[in-house]
Design a protein around this ligand. Structure first.
Ligand SMILES: [Fe+2]
Length: 236
């Protein structure tokens, strides 16, 4: 069914544009396999981008989110938000083309960072083998870079709202230095390689019925969302 939808999207593009996109994504997959990361500009745009950022900020101000985790204490964060779970499925086909891997979704996580926050250097757990960090929006004078250690050198990635970076979360150390702005929203979408060593972490090993049912509904909604935004996605 997914392949059929992809074919339908491709039919909306002129042959030359389709060939060019496939060629570009193939080149990017080679780059990802070599570098272990890939910046993806304009992965998400309006009106969905603003809607999701507004949802994230509103939820962070509602008092319903966890206030921090081990990595960033005191900052609102949320595991498995239904809206963000939809993005897992929305982006999965494109991320498969960009990485050259068949992917299982694991989980989503978002944070609304605040002034003074720091993300300490770390690598991620197995469920984050392939991770996308997507900037939803910010209130700051300039983009807040996320750094990666590549060949023992820090490599900054400055992401505008809607930009993302896909990377090997279990392998590449990553961090953020002190945030000087007011607010910064990021969502992390995590996957595992279907043919890799962490495939068993599909759906983050959520076996409880309610969690599984929620994910199934979110993935179904993600497919619908992808169909609705197919014109936007096809134009990339
Ligand atoms: Fe991380």
């Amino acid at each position: 069914m997914v392949d059929a939808q992809a074919s339908q999207r491709n039919l909306q593009l002129p042959q030359s544009s389709r060939d060019q996109r496939v060629e570009n994504e193939g080149t990017e997959a080679v780059k990802f396999q070599k570098d272990k990361y890939l910046v993806v500009k304009g992965l998400l745009d309006e009106p969905l981008l603003g809607t999701i950022y507004a949802h994230a900020v509103k939820k962070s101000l509602s008092g319903s989110m966890a206030l921090g985790d081990v990595q960033v204490p005191g900052t609102p964060s949320c595991y498995g938000d239904t809206f963000m779970e939809m993005l897992l499925e929305l982006f999965r086909p494109r991320l498969e083309r960009l990485t050259g891997l068949k992917l299982h979704p694991t989980y989503s996580y978002f944070r609304i960072y605040k002034h003074g926050d720091v993300l300490e250097e770390h690598t991620d757990r197995p469920s984050c083998e392939i991770s996308l960090s997507l900037t939803l929006g910010f209130e700051a004078a300039k983009p807040w870079p996320i750094f990666f250690e590549v060949d023992n050198q820090p490599v900054p990635a400055e992401l505008l709202p809607g930009d993302g970076i896909v990377f090997r979360g279990t392998e590449l150390k990553h961090w953020r230095e002190r945030f000087g702005g007011v607010r910064h929203g990021s969502v992390f979408l995590h996957y595992v390689d279907q043919n890799g060593p962490y495939a068993e972490w599909k759906y983050d090993k959520q076996r409880a019925f309610r969690a599984q049912a929620r994910r199934v509904l979110a993935y179904a909604a993600g497919n619908i969302l992808r169909a609705l935004t197919s014109t936007v996605m096809a134009s990339r």
